[in-house]
Design a protein around this ligand. Sequence first.
Ligand code: SF4
Length: 353
Amino acid sequence: MDMLREKTREVRIGDVLIGGGHSVAIQSMTNTKTEDVEATVAQILRLEAAGCEIIRCAVPAMDAAYALKEIKRQIHIPLVADIHFDYRLAIAAIENGADKIRINPGNIGSRERLQAVVEKAKEYLVPIRVGVNSGSLEKPLLEKYGGVTAEGIVESALDKVRMIEEMGYDNLVVSIKSSDVMMCVKAHELIASRCPYPLHVGITEAGTVYAGNVKSSVGLGIILHEGIGNTIRVSLTGDPLEEIKTAKLILKTLGLRRGGIEVVSCPTCGRTQIDLIGLANQVENMVADIPLDIKVAVMGCVVNGPGEAKEADIGIAGGIGEGLLIRKGEIVKKVKEEELLETLRQELLNWKR
Ligand code: SF4
């Protein structure tokens, strides 16, 4: 593979640089009505606080394109406009401050219309994401490859890229999506060696929070681990805040991000003496805002807990009526069960960095 993420071109989206040696950026998409500025801004600010680095809004009509200007004024991360079918919306989105537009050149209209969008992007130095989904594959490619295939998706995307290149523009990002996870993986492997542009990676229509998390983790996990992908989005049918949490965890698990407390907890067994599921969730919520880069273990019994928590920097193990505070597998002190959470919190707040 000769087009790994660090070898792709650098592209600027507002204040965020992607591609080249830049870290993989986390994206999400709002699910409010874009023209409802108040609701959209409120959602974006929540997503920003959770770690979203680039946000995309659907622009299905002119009032949504006009709303971008005010939305952008109130947020702090780059704003991407998602446009289908109507080239005038893409032009209006750029004029109203979009930091990037996402289009499928295949459905934006004639060559002249695409050219008009490209000229506007040139004028404002706005990158274009060429997005192709397995669901929108052109008939000739479906016939050529006998249905939807990774090869067909890649050929479709590269055709579109070439069209824009021929119009004299190469400020591009590419995305190819499929809800078939392994087809998506294959398509990324194919395109990575044939395309110099940063790739935005996501598993489309991944499903509800549970199914979507699993599919995205497997798909994005493989693709990112192969060194492919410059920005990611976890697509979930649910609160976009969940997308950010999952994206961050995927990047951290792969060693592509650092920072934040990692909570590990035992799977529970017949020796479990406390409500460990409740406790682990409480700990996870409690540590979300503590800016440490350490591992915290939450264990279900005082007998094996300390030993099993050896690899964590700090841990707690719950027993009946009492619990233990553990550091690197060593028992530091015994506290009352009801004081366990607060004891851990104090330890973390006093943690020497
Ligand atoms: S730490 Fe204790 S409760 Fe948890 S799995 Fe191990 S033995 Fe069971």
